[in-house]
Design a protein around this ligand. Structure first.
Ligand code: KG4
Ligand code: ZN
Length: 328
């Protein structure tokens, strides 16, 4: 069964066809990084206009090599103007083709992106979403059966990378820039705080960002950007990797599935694998292009959702602050 996935929740316009929830036939992603770079953050109005301009091209390219049996589209969370572009395109296609529609939660799609490359991964597992807007630890009991065990109390992991990068005068999005510069720096140069919040599975990253701000304010000498990047990255990734693996153990899971843009971070990937190995937990990471926003992960989850509960209502509801909800 071929699912056409559509993703436009934030600043990537993407369409993809995935066979049987695992084989990518096409995955077209148009990034808007160049458009938002000058503003050092996403401008919602620019994002939605760019989606309108690119959605048809994304769809026609994705459908060049394949037909589809159903349409899965992200309905939240995200920017409302951006979400509406994908939703309207999906509904229009459903009307003309008569094919069923499946509404997908973007965060759930990140949790299942690993299905595209690791078909052996099956629930139950401990999931972690680390993206620009979210940091969630989710016990995935089955498709559609979740328990959110921890979340960020303030900034999301990606937001913290982006804000730290901004303080250092690096471009947007900051995560990939910090990752690149950190490779040339000393992670022990600056001792930034590790916000573990012992006794809770929640995260808190705003203090780490503030620590970078004060470090820069108090600095009497020329700043060493690679050292600061490496030290910041060491602090952020230590907390994420240790807590994800610890949570898996605590909840009796044998594996951790990680997704979201920050999962592309080289240090986080390394630390998660090391931490997993030390504790006998298998860590699944999507390849970097499937960590950041893409429609293939939407199509993959769409397949499993359709098989389990069938199509969604013809008129989908978008919700910019959609939480992770049980649907099965
Ligand atoms: O999942 P995503 O593409 O979009 C959202 O759903 O938010 O995540 C985007 C976030 C941004 O904050 C970006 O800076 C971060 O992922 N990111 C990274 C890396 N690549 C993307 N953060 C750290 N290291 C990276 N290599
Ligand atoms: Zn995302």
């Amino acid at each position: 069964m071929n699912i056409l996935g559509i993703e436009s929740s934030c600043d990537e316009t993407s369409a993809s066809v995935v066979k049987d929830g695992k084989k990518i036939i096409s995955n077209i992603v148009f990034s808007q990084n160049d458009l938002h770079g000058a503003y050092r953050g996403i401008v919602p109005e620019i994002a939605s206009r760019a989606h309108v301009e690119k959605i048809n091209e994304a769809l026609s390219s994705a459908l060049e090599q394949a037909d589809y049996d159903a349409i899965a589209v992200t309905v939240g969370p995200g920017l409302i103007g951006s979400l509406l572009v994908g939703k309207m395109a999906a509904q229009a296609l459903a009307w003309v083709s008569g094919k069923p529609l499946i509404g997908i939660n973007h965060l759930e799609a990140h949790l299942f992106a690993n299905l595209l490359e690791h078909p052996g991964l099956q629930p139950p597992f401990m999931g972690m979403v680390v993206s620009g807007g979210h940091t969630d630890l989710v016990l995935v009991k089955d498709f559609g059966v979740y328990e959110v065990v921890g979340r960020t109390r303030d900034d999301a992991a990606g937001e913290c990378f982006d804000k730290a990068a901004n303080l250092l005068g690096l471009g947007y999005p900051g995560g990939p820039q910090i990752d690149k510069l950190a490779a040339k720096g000393n992670p022990k140069a600056v001792q930034f705080p590790r916000p573990f919040l012992h006794g809770s599975w929640d995260f808190s990253f705003s203090g780490l960002k503030t620590a970078v701000l004060y470090y820069l304010k108090d600095l009497k000498t020329q700043k060493n950007v690679p050292d600061i990047c490496a030290s910041f990255q060491a602090a952020a990734t230590e907390v994420l990797s240790v807590k994800a693996v610890k949570a898996a153990k605590k909840f009796g899971m044998k594996s951790v599935s990680v997704g979201g843009g920050v999962a592309a971070n080289s240090e986080l990937r390394k630390r998660l694998l090391e931490e997993g190995k030390k504790n006998g937990i298998k860590v699944y990471l999507p390849s970097k292009s499937l960590c950041t926003d893409n429609a293939a992960m939407v199509a993959a989850l769409g397949y499993h959702k359709f098989k389990k509960i069938g199509p969604s209502k013809v008129r989908l509801q978008t919700n910019p602050s959609l939480p992770i909800l049980n649907w099965a």
